[in-house]
Write a protein that binds this ligand. Structure first.
Ligand SMILES: *Cc1c(COP(=O)(O)O)cnc(C)c1O
Length: 361
């Protein structure tokens, strides 16, 4: 097998997805699986759907299109703040979209009418993380206008935390979202099927809260794919944290000085680097670089340290390991590394599919 390659264990994805579905179902929360970390990969989408998940969400319309055209049967939710310029294709490829701007919703309504369909929307509410969302004091005004639009159906409200500002989903914030949902339902005599409380970072809130109020929906990416709680990056009990494995190959191995020598200027990326003088050391090069993956998000189970990285080379100190030219080195990935490796055309994706899943995929 060639390198660099990303090995994807589908059985572990299916386990994580099924387990979290069950955990959240205990308090009547349904989940959708977020595929943006895996670039809307069709095989992974199929694995997710095979566990019984009926809604898939992605931040890119192109990924929704890819999955739909790839024959994935699910309800597709667009979670990235929709672009005005993409309204037409959103109507075509998304069943539901998260929204926060009236002009965009009006444009979605216009295209929905042209296409003769009803597009569902969830209004996003700002709760302090300061990424997308309508300020709570402005929400009523927005709801009033949205309910008058033809071609649009308001199906819920939602919020997103722990993404930009690192603000955690708390009991207070989730209660406020529940209250807001209740007020809208009462005032306008409507029912909102989705009260979408957040993402993988809602795990701690969910576990510690007895009464989850009206929250009945979460959008999960990282906890399914990497098995961790993004609030502290600790493993969630009973989940696999090794779904993905990135493999690179040793291409050079030599004893060299620990400090670059000669007249010093900027390196290829505009940085001036400083290294401690440790005399001559063993240095190895791996055939993987920034074109392949965000190297800073990689962790090896070998006792090696990464000295630096270029577009196609990663220079490591192999320490006491007995690496040879051609040897393979494996890494686990954080979310940023996963995102970049899945997006890079230079990283081969290898699907590891168990006998049981084979019949379904
Ligand atoms: C990325 C994203 C998610 C998924 O977040 P995870 O931390 O990966 O679970 C959910 N909702 C929105 C709006 C997102 O942008």
């Amino acid at each position: 097998m060639g390198t660099p390659r990303l090995e994807i264990n589908h059985e572990k994805i299916a386990h994580n997805c099924a387990f979290l579905t069950q955990v959240y179902a205990a308090k009547k929360i349904s989940i959708c699986a977020v595929t943006k970390g895996v670039c809307g990969n069709i095989m992974i989408a199929q694995t997710l759907v095979s566990t019984g998940v009926t809604m898939l969400a992605d931040s890119k319309v192109s990924n929704l299109k890819k999955m739909r055209e790839g024959g994935i049967l699910a309800t597709f939710l667009l979670i990235g703040t929709p672009m005005l310029s993409q309204a037409r294709s959103i109507i075509k490829w998304a069943d539901i979209s998260n929204n926060s701007e009236l002009v965009v919703i009006e444009e979605l309504a216009r295209h929905a009418c042209i296409r003769g369909v009803t597009h569902k929307i969830i209004l996003m509410v700002e709760m302090g993380d300061l990424r997308e969302g309508i300020m709570p004091s402005r929400l009523d005004n927005m709801v009033k206008k949205v309910l008058k639009l033809k071609g649009i159906k308001l199906v819920g409200i939602g919020t997103n935390l722990a993404c930009f500002g690192g603000i955690q989903p708390s009991k207070d914030k989730m209660e406020l979202l529940s209250v807001i949902a209740e007020c809208i339902e009462q005032k306008y005599h409507i029912s909102l099927p989705y009260i979408s409380g957040g993402n993988s970072a809602n795990y701690g809130w969910f576990k510690s809260t007895h009464d989850i109020g009206k929250i009945n929906h979460l959008r999960l990416g990282e906890s399914i794919l990497l098995g961790v709680d993004p609030v502290n990056r600790r493993p969630i009990p009973n989940l696999y944290t090794d779904v993905f494995n990135l493999v690179a190959e040793v291409t050079e191995l030599k004893i060299k000085p620990s400090v670059p020598y000669g007249k010093k200027g900027q390196n290829a990326f505009g940085h001036i680097l400083h290294f401690p003088d440790r005399g001559k050391i063993s240095r190895a090069i791996l055939g993987i670089g920034l074109q392949d993956v965000d190297v800073s998000g990689l962790k090896s189970n070998l006792d090696i340290s990464i000295l630096g990285v270029g577009s196609d080379h990663t220079i490591i100190d192999p320490q006491k390991t007995n690496l040879k030219i051609g040897d393979e080195v494996s890494f686990s990935l954080n979310y940023a590394a996963l995102l970049s490796a899945m997006t890079s055309p230079y990283v081969e994706k290898i699907n590891i599919v168990s006998y049981e899943l084979e019949g379904i995929l």
